[in-house]
Design a protein around this ligand. Sequence first.
Ligand code: 6R9
Length: 665
Amino acid sequence: MSEALPFDEYLELPNWRARTVDIEAYKRFWRTTVEDFVGFWEKEARNLEWFRPWDRVLESGEHPFVFKWFVGGLLNISYLCLDRHAKSWRRNKVAYIWEGEPVDGDGRPLSTRKYTYYELYREVNRLAHVFLSLGLRKGDRAAIYLPMIPELPITMLALARIGVIFTVVFSGFSAENLAIRVNDLGAKVLVTADGFYRRGRLINLKEVVDKAVESTDVEKVVVVKRAGNEVSMKEGRDFWLHDLLRTVPENVSVEPEPLDSTHPLYVLYTSGTTGKPKGIIHDTGGYAVLLNSTMKWVFDIRDDDVYFCTADIGWVTGHSYIVFGPLMAGATIVMYEGTPDYPTVERWWQIIERNGVTIFYTTPTAVRMLMRFGNEPVQKHNRSTLRIIHSVGEPINPAAWKWLFEVVGERRCPVGSTWWMTETGGILISHLPGLMLTPLKPGTNGLPLPGIDAEVVDEKGVVAAPGQRGYLVIRKPWPGMLGPPTGMWKEPERYRQVYWEKVNGVFFTGDYAVKDVDGYIWVAGRADEVLKVAGHRIGTYELESVLVSHAAVSEAAVVGVPDEIKGETPVAFVVLKSGYQGGNETAEQLIKYVRETYGAIATPSSILFVSKLPKTRSGKIMRRVLRAVATGGSLGDLTTLEDEAAVDEVKESYEQLLKEVRRGR
Ligand code: 6R9
């Protein structure tokens, strides 16, 4: 976003639960937690219920930079999310309020479902029983390809209960993307649904699965009936979930497996700069500790809260902050199947009003999209229950922040932008209304959390001066970080290279950031070839691979260009094979191909046909040139060339490319 960072603009909520503190007071406290981060996290870990306490808080693993947290400790996250509450007064407290997307003639949801903690506990036990009877055992792997329906968290919890390592694949991903993940993890069982609703359209999910499993070793496919659409079931491989459940005794109980703190809970694939997606491993104990603490500090979660996170569980935000975090906290969680603009842009505000939502966690892209429709659709609905608002996924521009603060939250609620990533497991930089709230500033991420040594540095690890851009790094291990045995699934070496080599010996996040005079961190965006399109993380390399797999394409390079709503969108430069013609028709074909082969989230905003890609002598694509051409901008300061190309060379290829692209338009 182009707005300057308003470093000097403070907003205070002086009456915020009387726990507002000045910045220095927080920093003094924070310093003590970072100096003794091991002791600090040990204290936090005591807030959880363990089957057996740990012998050591932190230990190095078998591979460099793979750390083990709470070694010797035994626990089970499904126990923490369910059994504990089912045994307490929370037994009949509502855990999930789910709303399907389709509405009736009056705009009311056609289907809603509610699960108390006890009901959820029972459903998870029954499903765990089903998984055991399908032959799944501790250490086995399963894949989940489900839309936003209650069976998704239920499946995650049931697998966690028996120690099966799972991966959730976003339901908007293509068959190819699903197969890559299933194969990499070696999943034996896949859980999916017949179909679901998105923006009023029925999506036939099972059809995608049928295409994907052909090229995998999946033995069994469990299918949830959600939409009732026609699907084909392969004898001996595909099973309806309701059929499998029919034979399970109503009150069956499956003991939660006592798992090592270091046991992988799940693997979540995310985009990197090269190669196939990275399988990020999260452990059980460290992950649970970070989520438990952040639910308190960031969301100030209390028993009378109604918590609504608008993310999709297919991404890490949903894993941590729709499923494990809020369930451990015993919260009432609102879960919605569809899009914010169906049937109208009032949908989220209706959901907030209908359920008395108190905590709202959303994304900048959605906010920018909804802002365009003015304040009326929001103000028509009662939001007086709201008390905390946060956003996540990409930098929030001050205008969008102010809209959340002034219009949605009526200047009553602290509004934050929680920084974290798939790799960190949970929030690491944020305003902390549940702990000590420092003054708010529109657009900042705030100060690092207790125990988190986040810093902005240059390539050598030297701390950047206030206001100066640098790399965001985390200088001490934290619970929730990539877990044993290998950090990245089966790729310990890649794990070390990607995260620990760029700035020697500290964790490199891949983000650019600025720290202001108060120590507040402002993450500016990715410093690598990873895009954030509407908050979705996509590697340019992945899109390039998809494009060159098309018969007409010889070479392709993708760059991100700023977009007012989505933050950024991909633009593709394509060199066609001889005999193929550029033009609108080919561009449309390629766009359609990307949607089918990758998923709609990666749709390029434009395709530019060129005769060759600008490259350095060593063959590296000059992305700076591409970016300048795609945005119609200038080349910028050429004295800090990131690649080894000569200045003249860069200028020349820029001029040439610009001419060519203009001619093509
Ligand atoms: C949780 C999630 C991680 C990348 C991260 C950064 C960007 C996330 C942000 C933010 C600015 C925030 N990011 N939250 N940038 N302010 N509050 O999004 O995980 O999908 O792995 O993406 O998202 O660039 O590096 P993931």
